[in-house]
Design a protein around this ligand. Structure first.
Ligand SMILES: [Ca+2]
Ligand SMILES: [Ca+2]
Length: 636
């Protein structure tokens, strides 16, 4: 073998993944787009393969991204929904991402775009295998700006006030905030900024294998498009935005051609979930599929996907076999000869599909979760839905020009659809095919056992915890009041009972999650507790712990009084703490109220903590009952 040839043969292929946001199944020219064109994506399809049965794991941002990068159902890695700017969780450090897998094989790695798998440093891309990161940590609508583009102020009230909880939208480079997105004009720069960085990355790494991940912030609302594409489509702004994304794809194609990397690069394009239809003309289309984002119907989970690898993927082919984002990681592992992650994953190698191998059909079935709920399962042509409620886009008038319309809460029963004859899921054929219903139910049982299912109250055996920042961990503490008598003058809410009557003296302190079973909640009421230690004993310190998470209507107490008594009748006030004026705080916080008591003896300890009572007028829950959350009264 000639050494030069050998070196050539050994070069591992570059991998480029372009992942758009909320782009519908029909929002690419070759998938039937109307009102705008996508010449570059269409060319990619002509030179590669177009998938028509390609799924994301869940029709929502964070869950979908977790699956793409780990090869797992989102439920397995504990990432649900769309993480908010005050989320304390993110992708667990032990999960292996595509970037980490390829890095082991010497790849240069970069992400330019939206991450959305945890915005705290420990969860950011640089800690998950990426050498470079530039982009938004979460969705571009998580900002203190209203739908008209007007930045909110402290004077804004009512519904608008909810958005005031969002911090200013940051642009992160590496691990640091380097800029802010303050206006709709700022939004319009994002696609171009990501693209320029992507092209420069290819320029710099043309001589070595690289992994480039470009998860565009667009076409998630609020839409932003640069001047060069404003007014380009007849559809309107949404069409303009997709045309700019298509331009971005074209710039990538050009860069690969410039360096003769077309045969050395696997290029994958897909969307993270279906269109957000209640935004009307600012949303795309999933035609001819049913429903859209946030549902388990095809319009939510089936997305456009095009793969091009010149010389390896046959040009101009269409693949109608089932495949999914979770299959990308194991497929890449097979291509580059990297070992699979040591922890179990769900994806399978779909290279035989990509190479158009005859009769190849590696994916037997697919589970459609939303959060913890197993909503549907597909095997072959059949898709079975399990009874559940969901936000429907039918029977409601959508919004327009950046403003959302309402949802219509809908319910589905046990329903079977034949996707081969009825891709629009219009005709329930469960009654005609009881054997198939049974077969799919058996399959679903396996998923419930493995991954759990909130619809049937099942806990999965093999679910891994998501990453947690643990500002505060659920933990045990030893102290003198453990399991002593405690008397509450106002009852705790049965919704947040923690361990019940003894929750405040059970030695368990709460974690960052208000709903972790260790916080006792008082709805609108004060906390007034008397702990009886049994005997008069020397006391050194009394601590009482509270949580604040205003987003879920939990506030710190306004006043805390700590008193002690020998006889349970006469109490001496030891400490009185009045909190400063109630102010908006978008981050959860913990506060221990501590009283030090040198040389004091007592049998009874009394804590009075005054609830804010009702949510203040600047809060989205204005007028509603505020919550007070306490985890433990610690007596030393
Ligand atoms: Ca999305
Ligand atoms: Ca406790």
């Amino acid at each position: 073998m000639i050494p030069g040839c050998r070196k050539e043969a050994e070069r591992l292929p570059n991998v480029v993944i372009i992942f758009t946001d909320d782009q519908g199944y029909a929002d690419v020219g070759c998938y039937g787009a109307e009102g705008f064109t996508t010449p570059n994506l269409d060319r990619m399809a002509e030179e590669g393969m177009r998938f028509t049965s390609f799924y994301v794991s869940q029709a929502v941002c964070s869950a979908s991204r977790a699956s793409l990068l780990t090869g797992c159902y989102a439920e397995r890695v504990g990432i649900r929904g769309a993480l908010m700017p005050w989320a304390e969780n993110g992708l667990h450090p032990d999960e292996e991402t595509i970037a980490e897998l390829l890095k082991k094989k010497g790849y240069a790695t970069a992400i330019f775009g939206k991450w959305h798998l945890g915005h705290h440093k420990e969860f950011l891309p640089m800690q998950h295998g990426f050498d470079e990161y530039f982009g938004l940590p979460y969705s571009n609508d998580m900002w203190p700006v209203d739908y008209s583009g007007h930045p909110l102020t402290e004077e804004d009230r009512g519904e608008k006030a909810g958005k005031l909880f969002y911090p200013v939208l940051p642009i992160i480079e590496g691990n640091k905030k380097v800029a802010e997105i303050l206006t709709l004009d700022d939004q319009s720069t994002l696609t171009t900024q990501y693209t320029e960085r992507a092209v420069r990355f290819i320029d710099r790494n043309k001589d070595r294998p690289f992994f480039l991940y470009v998860p565009h912030s667009m076409a998630h609302v609020p839409l932003g498009v640069s001047d060069k594409f404003k007014g380009m489509s007849t559809q309107g702004m949404y069409g303009d935005v997709i045309m700019e994304i298509d331009w971005s794809v074209g710039e990538t194609l050009k860069a690969l051609k410039r360096y003769d990397l077309e045969e050395k690069t696997l290029l994958i394009f897909a969307s993270d979930n279906g269109p957000w239809l209640n935004f009307g003309n600012h949303a795309g289309s999933a035609y001819p599929l049913r429903e859209a984002k946030g549902t388990a119907w095809e319009g939510g989970v089936r997305v456009p996907c095009i793969m091009r690898w010149t010389g390896r993927i046959p040009a101009g082919t269409i693949c109608d076999k089932m495949a999914a984002t979770i299959d990308v990681l194991p497929t890449l592992a097979a291509i580059v000869g990297a070992p699979l992650p040591k922890i179990p994953i769900d994806g399978i190698n779909i290279l035989p599909l990509m190479e158009a191998e005859e009769d190849a059909n590696p994916r037997d079935h697919f589970f459609f979760y939303y959060g913890r709920a197993l909503r549907a399962v597909r095997k072959g042509r059949w898709k079975l839905f399990f009874p559940h409620g969901f936000n429907s886009y039918r029977g409601v008038v959508p919004g327009a020009d950046g403003f959302p319309g309402p949802y219509n809460f809908a319910q589905t029963g046990l329903e079977l659809y034949d996707l081969e004859r009825d891709v629009g899921e219009t005709l329930d054929v469960a009654v005609q095919h009881p054997d198939i219903v049974r077969e799919l139910q058996d399959l679903a049982e396996k998923a419930r056992d493995d991954l759990g299912d909130s619809l049937t109250g099942r806990v999965g055996k093999n679910v891994r915890e998501g990453g947690m920042r643990w500002l505060h961990k659920k933990q045990k503490v030893q102290h003198l009041a453990l399991n002593k008598t405690i008397d509450l003058s106002m009852p705790f809410s049965p919704m947040y009972a923690a361990s019940g009557d003894l929750a405040l003296v059970d030695g368990i302190r709460g974690s960052t999650f208000h709903n972790d079973g260790s916080w006792q909640g008082f709805e609108g009421d004060d906390l007034e507790a008397i702990v009886d230690l049994g005997d008069v004993i020397p006391l050194k310190r009394i601590t009482c712990g509270f949580l604040e998470n205003q987003y879920v209507w939990i506030f710190l107490p306004q006043v805390v009084e700590i008193s002690i008594s020998r006889d349970g009748k006469t109490f001496d006030l030891i400490q009185h703490t009045r909190d400063k004026a109630l102010v908006r705080n978008s981050q959860p916080q913990f506060k221990d109220y501590v009283a030090d008591l040198p040389d004091m003896r007592a049998r009874y300890v009394r804590i009075k903590a005054r609830n804010v009572g009702i949510c203040p007028d600047w809060h989205p829950g204005a007028g509603g009952k505020a919550w007070l959350f306490c985890d433990e009264i610690i007596i030393e």
